[in-house]
Design a protein around this ligand. Structure first.
Ligand code: 13P
Ligand code: SF4
Length: 330
């Protein structure tokens, strides 16, 4: 079906079904444009919970749809594509348990550790964190959540994104390490798991220097999933919503190069906005969802048989909810 026809059919189905379409900022333009709710990970989790419709049709990556099901189990959540974030895939239950064991082998008892997981992780990992007294964070509240976690007087085990963990540690002037980097975790306040986002690794210090040389006075704004060396040379670091706000408030003539996913950067501002990379930084999994998938999923909801409905087993849900709600309460 051609795109215009697809859009019309989607609109018609939307009007007759109890469905709210939700899209993360990294979705393709044509999908993003038809969403009722858009936002960063934190905003989407909050707003889906407060939404009245029976169904949430979530255009994003797997952990985002799962998080809605965890915090609002009464809702029915469908994803046009259950695409799994590459970073979230880097840690499972076993890797998490191994990390806790690694700390124990270095004399750091489980009771002396407060785990914090980035929302980019599976419900199973969130549940393990919840059971150990820990909580979830997103890129927009990581500083606040880690600051709160440190009040316990414990060391923080931060999973799975080593960059976000280290960037927050640097902002706070704290010591951090990455599991397996050969340093002693006893010397660190924040011990990071060795996960990362392959898309945000595309932005390098060379890119920052290239743009600064080419356009003297340019601002550099990056997402905290970027390497700490890149963040150190940038003017601003923030979540997707925070980047949108920062760029939106710059004077029109101010040039800015942005280090985050392409779909968001190119729709941020018409003029004087550059992608901070010579390689197109596309998130393969975010880009998997197409208009065709949205249409097919709406048709499935209409028929009452939805193969891509999200479910999380009750025990996992219970503990993952504890970890997510500790974050939402802050
Ligand atoms: P935000 O929470 O900033 O939207 O980030 C989600 C994400 O996956 C970034 O790569
Ligand atoms: Fe995951 Fe990176 Fe894609 Fe974000 S950009 S969804 S962290 S793979």
């Amino acid at each position: 079906m051609e795109q215009q026809k697809l859009k019309e059919n989607i609109q018609k189905l939307k009007e007759k079904l109890p469905v709210t379409i939700v899209a993360h900022y990294y979705q393709r333009d044509e999908v993003f444009e038809l969403a009722d709710i858009t936002g960063d990970s934190l905003e989407l989790a909050r707003r889906c919970k407060a939404d009245d419709n029976e169904w949430v049709l979530f255009c994003g990556v797997g952990f985002m749809g799962q998080s809605v099901k965890v915090i609002a189990p009464e809702k029915r959540v469908a994803m046009p594509k259950i695409a799994c974030c590459a970073m979230a895939r880097m840690i499972d239950q076993k890797c998490y348990d191994d990390s806790v064991r690694f700390l124990e082998e270095h004399g750091i008892k489980e009771t002396d550790v407060l785990p914090i997981t980035y929302i980019n992780s599976s419900a199973e990992v969130k549940a393990s964190v919840g059971k150990m007294g820990g909580m979830v964070c997103t890129s927009s509240n990581a500083y606040k959540i880690i600051e709160q976690g440190l009040e316990s007087g414990k060391k923080i085990l931060f999973v799975p994104d080593r960059c976000l963990g280290q960037n927050v540690a640097n902002m706070m002037g704290l010591r951090s390490c990455v599991i397996g980097d050969g340093t002693d975790p006893n010397e660190a306040d924040i011990i990071c798991y060795n996960g990362f986002c392959s898309v945000h690794q595309l932005f390098t210090v060379d890119d920052v220097r290239f743009y600064r040389k080419k356009y003297p006075g340019i601002k550099i704004a990056v997402h905290p999933e970027c390497d700490p060396s890149v963040v150190a040379e940038s003017d601003f670091c923030g979540s997707t919503s925070q980047l949108i706000k920062y760029v939106g408030e710059l004077p029109e003539e101010q040039k800015v190069a942005v280090g985050t996913e392409y779909n968001l950067v190119h729709r941020m501002r018409e003029k004087n906005t550059y992608v901070l990379s010579s390689t197109k930084p596309e998130c393969p999994t975010m880009n998997e969802t197409t208009l065709e998938d949205v249409y097919t999923t709406l048709k499935a909801i209409e028929k009452g048989a939805v193969p891509t409905e999200i479910d999380v087993d009750p025990e996992t849900r219970e503990w993952a909810k504890v970890a997510l709600e500790r974050m939402l309460a802050l």
